[in-house]
Design a protein around this ligand. Structure first.
Ligand code: UD1
Length: 434
């Protein structure tokens, strides 16, 4: 199995460009089901989840060509309506085809996404919303069977769940409502920039969506949507990951293709730890970041946008492990998203769990070891921990990283890190504890 080996103790410098956002690209791709015309997307990150979405769309009659981060999607067969378990189990975001299929083809059979390493992830809000819009929904044999023989109709739908709003749920209802009869109101809609970006794309395709970026989105249904050409917004989670890596190694770096307004809470938190940053405000959207004085522990809760994202919780935990003093983290979006804690402890971190809170006593340093990635963002957290640790850290199950980052280790190497990908089994060097 491929794994990566990180040599700790290097500092980072230089500039890298942040890729387009995975979490914007995936729903934008699913929106190709809504139109008979070509949809051209640029700055699509070349990563496993995008390939999985491409395969899923292909199985649903959408042809694609992907070259140098440019993706063209064109619906060629409106017949297929089945999103099979084999593809859906690989990526939860596959559920984004449900709303588009149901509104355009009036029928959808989508495998239930199932369990996930970051905790229980139901799709009840998606299903309740679509049912309120007139869909007949049955869940059996691990599949959602949904149909709307007369087409969907507008309704008032709430996205309020026990852990706040749902991001892909908001997308599914918004996409379904674009071609529904009448007006749909989404209460407690997700505020995430990726939802705003996909909503703006749908509007440019002819949809009538109002209130994007607010917790009430109103959609007036239209007869049809056109295609078009759109650019995927910068990935705020990748940018945040690279900034946390710079802070953890007390480095100064520059990132191009960053939208700082999407990262306000994260930049504020890093500022509290002692970092400084300047947005150059130029065409390259460059952010200059100085993490050389990062030394103060902080406590935070991961919450829906515009707060600290759950998708950066694990990476920030790695950073806090090396800042002397106590910090406390709770993930209020996925309260059980703490599988990385035990792996960080294998690297010498001092983290105690108190219910769903992680209490971190910064040890000042970590030491290299073999560790196992449990999910996408946890693997990035372990890479960051490896950069901090003395000696060599080997990270197994690295395919998680490839699901959601475009060449993260190459970008870090461009900045001066020493990370090597091993595709064959390599003898592990057993070291005596220092
Ligand atoms: C999206 C992101 C993911 C991010 C997550 C939270 C994409 C492709 N993925 O995932 O990277 O970690 O938002 O920011 O954009 N919930 C319910 N019922 C539902 C749906 C969700 O109770 O029907 C709960 C979930 O269990 C979770 C919370 O709501 O506790 C938020 O989940 P949700 O926003 O739906 O996550 P995703 O859209 O799957």
């Amino acid at each position: 199995m491929p794994h990566i080996v990180v040599q700790g103790g290097t500092s980072l410098h230089g500039t890298v460009r942040v890729s387009g956002a995975k979490n914007a690209a995936l729903p934008m791709m699913a929106a190709a089901i809504l139109t008979d015309q070509p949809l051209r997307l640029s700055d699509v990150p070349d990563l496993l989840d995008v390939q999985t979405m491409n395969q899923l769309l292909s199985s649903l009659g959408v042809a694609s060509s992907f070259f140098q981060n440019r993706l063209t999607l064109q619906m060629i067969d409106e017949g297929p309506c089945l999103a099979d378990y084999e593809l859906v189990r690989r990526m939860r975001a596959s559920v984004c085809v449900l709303g588009p299929l149901l509104t355009k083809r009036r029928q959808a059979t989508v495998s239930l996404p199932g369990g996930c390493n970051i905790g229980h992830r139901p799709i009840d809000l998606h299903l309740r919303g679509l049912a309120a819009m007139g869909a007949e929904i049955e869940v059996r044999s691990g599949y959602v069977f949904a149909q709307a023989r007369q087409g969907l109709r507008g309704a008032t739908v709430s996205m309020a769940g026990p852990q706040g709003t749902s991001v892909t749920g908001t997308f599914n209802i918004m996409a379904a409502a674009t071609l529904a009869r009448g007006t749909t109101v989404i209460e407690y809609a997700a505020l995430e920039p990726e939802i705003v970006a996909v909503g703006e794309m749908l509007n440019a395709m002819g949809a009538r969506i109002h209130g994007l970026g607010t917790s009430r989105i109103t959609i007036e249904g239209v007869e049809a949507l056109s295609g078009g050409q759109f650019t995927v917004i910068p990935d705020r989670i990748e940018a945040g990951t690279l900034l946390v890596a710079a802070a953890a190694t007390k480095s100064a770096i520059q990132l191009a293709n960053v939208e700082p307004s999407h990262l306000t809470a994260v930049l504020d938190l890093l500022g509290e730890m002692g970092a400084t940053m300047t947005s150059l405000g130029d065409a390259t959207q460059t952010l200059r970041f100085d993490g050389t004085n990062v030394s103060y522990p902080v406590s935070f809760d991961a919450l829906p946008y515009p707060d600290i994202p759950t998708d950066l919780q694990a990476q920030l935990m790695s950073l806090l492990c090396c800042l002397p003093g106590e910090s406390r983290i709770r993930d209020l979006v996925f309260p059980d998203r703490l599988m990385h804690v035990s792996e960080l402890c294998r690297l010498g971190a001092d983290i105690r769990l108190d219910g769903n809170a992680a209490i971190i006593q910064g040890t000042g340093s970590l030491s290299g070891a073999n560790v196992m990635a449990s999910d996408l963002r946890a693997s990035a957290a372990l890479v960051i921990a490896g950069l901090i640790a003395r000696g060599e850290t080997t990270i197994h199950r690295i395919y998680h990283l490839d699901r959601g980052y475009e060449q993260l280790e190459n970008k870090l190497n461009t900045l001066g890190a020493q990370i090597e990908r091993m595709d064959v089994a390599r003898e592990t060097i057993l070291r005596r504890p220092a």
